[in-house]
Design a protein around this ligand. Structure first.
Ligand code: UD1
Ligand code: CA
Length: 431
């Protein structure tokens, strides 16, 4: 699939209804911009598949994000947002030599999956189509372009809601905004579109009628997962898309054998892997890329912030925050702790209220701590990185550890306990 596919992703719009100082496509779900989810769905089609992102509104910020995060992405600038067809036209100079299939999609539909894109391409190729539009059937199609089919069932055009008459508005089949096309066949359409419509825009949807006039083969591929094309136009949409994304992940985990006690209050990023027979208790938030092995117990009220690994049979309990922490097998961090930038062995016990001090706010540096197998940390201790605590060492409660600790040693930094005999009695007698 790889070499002959490129994607054009439309992301130049302002996203007015977000009421934001940020461009819409940089708003995040599970700490990844909407645009990032779309680009990654495309990239997973095959190694080195190039995406051309049409940028415009606050293009500087969008470009910076893309440059910092993605290798196979090019950008093209749409100075004025004159419509989706005009947006695609901006990609023409970057596709002069290209003879393969082009996927066109939008940067504000983060739930699209690689599987669905792959099915679209497969359908397009198996039927030797020139232009295939992905459609979906909605009970409430409001706001979407409607698919007009001939009595024989052929796709003949797309009518935008604002241009539709009452009968057309009744149509439940909508344009998802995702297309697959033979680039050499449709490239000339974009310079021939008109803006003679209700919004005065150059509509991408008009390539359907253009292609029909050229006697090209136009097909509709209907997807059955409507959630995938859910587009984000407002903060309300963003919140709902987050819910859809987490529900999708949770369903997948439940299916695979992970127990999730309360799916409603549990958030797990799609990029986290969890093995069967692990239990996730309520109010747990797992963000970013993590790996959690089997037979673990996570939560309730645990926050895992990314780049973490939890080994088989380990427990991460209530009010524990993990960030960039690798924890081996059968270790416990059961209550009220923060573990950041750490490597922790197996059979380690971290007492309640332990804090890994990993950040120096003056130098802005983050340092790492290493705890070997069998280490025990007493409650309310602070482990100041960088520090290494060797095998089976024991840290007394309330210690502040700033130096390495040798194997099997006891380390403590708290002051010795004092006792004043009969202190209470004396006080009472004086009163
Ligand atoms: C579009 C489709 C509609 C479809 C819907 C699916 C058209 C004319 N309409 O409508 O049929 O049902 O998507 O979600 O194509 N953009 C640019 N430059 C522009 C205009 C838009 O880059 O000049 C980008 C936007 O940033 C956005 C995408 O194109 O990512 C879609 O634009 P939007 O205005 O949201 O189109 P819809 O009205 O949703
Ligand atoms: Ca939209």
């Amino acid at each position: 699939m790889e070499k002959e596919i490129k994607a054009i992703i439309l992301a130049a719009g302002k996203g007015k209804r977000m009421n934001s100082t940020m461009p819409k496509v940089l708003h995040e779900i599970f700490s990844k911009p909407l645009l990032g989810w779309v680009i990654e769905a495309v990239q997973k089609l095959g190694h080195e598949i190039e995406s051309i992102v049409v940028i415009g509104h606050q293009s500087h910020d969008v470009e910076e994000y893309l440059n910092n995060n993605y290798k196979y992405v090019k950008t093209t600038f749409q100075k004025e947002q004159l419509g989706t067809g005009h947006a695609v036209a901006q990609a023409i100079p970057l596709l002069n030599q290209f003879k393969g299939d082009v996927i066109i999609t939008c940067g504000d539909t983060p739930l699209i999956t690689t599987k669905t894109l792959r099915n679209l391409i497969k359908y397009h190729r198996e039927n030797d189509s020139d232009l295939t539009v992905m459609t979906a059937k909605f009970d409430n199609p409001k706001g979407y372009g409607r698919i007009i089919r001939s009595p024989k069932g052929e796709v003949v055009s797309i009518i935008e809601e604002k241009d539709a008459n009452e009968t057309q508005k009744e149509i439940k089949e909508v344009n998802t905004g995702v297309y697959c096309a033979k680039w050499t066949k449709i490239r000339h359409a974009f310079t021939q579109l008109s803006n003679n419509n209700a919004q005065g825009e150059y509509y991408l949807t008009d390539i359907i009628t253009w292609s029909k006039k050229q006697n090209l083969k136009v097909l509709g591929y209907t997807t059955d997962d409507n959630n995938e094309i859910y587009g984000i136009n407002s903060r309300k949409n963003l919140a709902y898309a987050t819910k859809l994304m987490k529900d999708r992940k949770i369903d997948e985990l439940l299916e695979s054998g992970v127990t999730i006690v309360d799916p409603q209050t549990t958030y797990i990023s799609p990029e986290t892997q969890i093995e069967p027979d692990t239990i996730i208790y309520p109010n747990t938030y797992i963000n970013g890329k993590n790996k959690i092995a089997k037979f673990c117990k996570i939560g309730p009220m645990t926050h895992i912030r990314g780049n973490c690994e939890v080994g088989e049979g380990s427990k991460i309990g209530n009010f524990v925050e993990l960030k960039n922490a690798k924890i081996a097998k059968k270790s416990n961090v059961c209550h009220l702790s923060y573990i950041g930038d750490a490597k922790i062995g197996s059979n380690v016990n971290i007492g309640a209220g332990t804090i890994f001090a990993n950040y120096n706010s003056i130098t802005k540096e983050k340092k790492k701590s290493v705890l070997s197998d069998g280490v025990s940390i007493g409650s309310n201790s602070v482990i100041v990185a960088p520090v290494e605590i060797k095998q089976d060492a024991f840290i007394a409660a309330m210690s502040c550890i700033t130096k390495d600790v040798e194997e099997s040693s006891l380390a403590m930094t708290r002051s010795p306990q004092k006792e004043v005999k009969n202190w209470v009695k004396i006080k009472k007698e004086k009163n």
